[in-house]
Design a protein around this ligand. Structure first.
Ligand code: TRP
Length: 387
């Protein structure tokens, strides 16, 4: 880990007047965040507050010069930037801006990574007046002394105008070994009073994340994320266990549009693709059923470049009658590269359904602080129109 150092004031550095100052990870991601806040309609003072929160949550790695490699192999994003942004669109309202981050990414090992994460979330609780009781109840389960797997703890902040951020915490079901993921999720749901929830989940290939809403939520959720390899549009539409108005045709169309599988044909081809994901959100214990469902398509695996990914996102927003302007403005807030010159700026597209609410579409935007994945030379599909 690099030593903590506050950014030096501007002006000539010690190396002489000609030495350019080294951009830091913190400056890079807060620059993106401030520009995104502006596009999301947050005022300057609010943006500055959120930028300070992000720097504080990242800790010492915020001061890490950007020309050094990523602080660790964070699985949060493809190029290991420990930060990812997202814009969530519901109906005709302006989108919500969110930021996902890994507070412990500068730690020497996963156990310390988790401890730092826990400290950072507890500090948010103290500052913003929420309790972390539900997280504390699960700490021994997900943050054991010798954790396994690809990460320990992430947190996401929903950045609101005129209020403290809403907080989400992501924990690793494989913390006690991948083979114990299902048992770990079952036990965690049990401890939180969701005794029948595990059996309500659809089949999946792996438990990826266990998430909790903390802080100022109207209806805090407990969420379980599953991986699904080789899905078809029809299978994707059959994954929701939430009662209510989600039209399976909407999920199928979303799947076809975002994967570019206009033929509606079979599942993945021979390539090893990142899996699709589903999320099942539980908000009450009485029914034993989830009240929310989200399908995530890793659009970067199914598009040649980000122009194609953006076009698909625009098609989806258009179908829901949502104003695409904020999404169009958010991309130049994050990068100055041409969309054709890489793939992965738009990492995922998600379609969410929560009982009683209109469908919600979320675009996940990579920071690309360290690397841009080159575009694929050829389109991945043959655009055969459905007869
Ligand atoms: N990078 C991880 C993945 O691809 C985790 C992740 C980050 C993720 N943002 C996400 C997963 C949005 C689903 C949706 O799995």
């Amino acid at each position: 880990m690099t030593a903590s150092r506050r950014p030096r004031p501007s002006g000539p550095g010690r190396q002489g007047p000609a030495a350019p100052r080294r951009q830091t990870l913190g400056a890079h991601v807060t620059g993106q965040l401030l520009r995104l806040c502006e596009t999301a309609g947050l005022d300057e003072a609010e943006g500055a507050d959120h930028a300070r929160t992000l720097i504080a949550a990242l800790g010492p790695v915020a001061d890490r010069p950007l020309d050094l490699p990523a602080p660790d192999r964070s699985f949060l994003s493809d190029d290991h930037t420990p930060v990812e942004f997202s814009l969530s669109f519901e109906g005709s309202a302006p989108p919500t801006l969110r930021v996902l981050l890994e507070p412990g990414c500068g730690a020497d090992d996963l156990a310390q990574n988790g401890r730092i994460g826990l400290q950072v979330v507890r500090a948010m609780g103290r500052n913003w007046g929420f309790d972390t009781e539900r997280l504390d109840e699960l700490a021994d389960l997900f943050l054991p002394d010798d954790p396994q797997g690809a990460f320990a703890l992430w947190c996401a902040l929903e950045l609101r105008a005129g209020g403290t951020p809403k907080v989400k915490v992501y924990l690793n079901p494989a913390a006690n070994g991948a083979e114990r993921s299902a048992a770990t999720v079952r036990e965690a749901l049990h401890r939180l009073g969701h005794r029948r929830a595990f059996d309500a989940l659809p089949p999946g290939d792996r438990h990826l994340f266990f998430a909790l809403d903390l802080g100022a939520w109207e209806t805090p959720r407990v969420k379980v994320y599953l991986a699904h390899h080789g899905l078809t549009a029809g299978e994707a539409a059959g994954l929701s266990r939430a009662p209510g108005e989600l039209d399976p045709a909407l999920v199928r169309d979303f799947f076809r549009t975002t994967t570019g599988r206009v033929t509606g044909g079979a599942g993945d081809d021979a390539r090893e693709l990142r899996p699709f994901q589903s999320c099942h959100a539980f908000t009450e214990t009485a029914s034993g059923r989830p009240s929310g469902f989200t399908l995530y398509v890793p659009v970067r695996e199914h598009a040649a470049h980000d122009r194609e990914a953006l076009d698909r996102a625009l098609t989806v927003l258009d179908g829901l009658g949502t104003d695409p302007t904020p999404l169009l403005r958010s991309l130049p807030a994050v990068t100055s590269r041409r969309l054709e010159d890489g793939v992965g700026l738009i990492a995922y597209l998600g379609l969410a359904h929560q009982t009683g609410r209109p469908p919600r579409v979320t675009a996940y935007l990579s920071s690309e602080a360290y690397e841009v994945r080159p575009p694929r030379a050829t389109a991945l599909r043959q655009a055969v129109p459905v007869p």
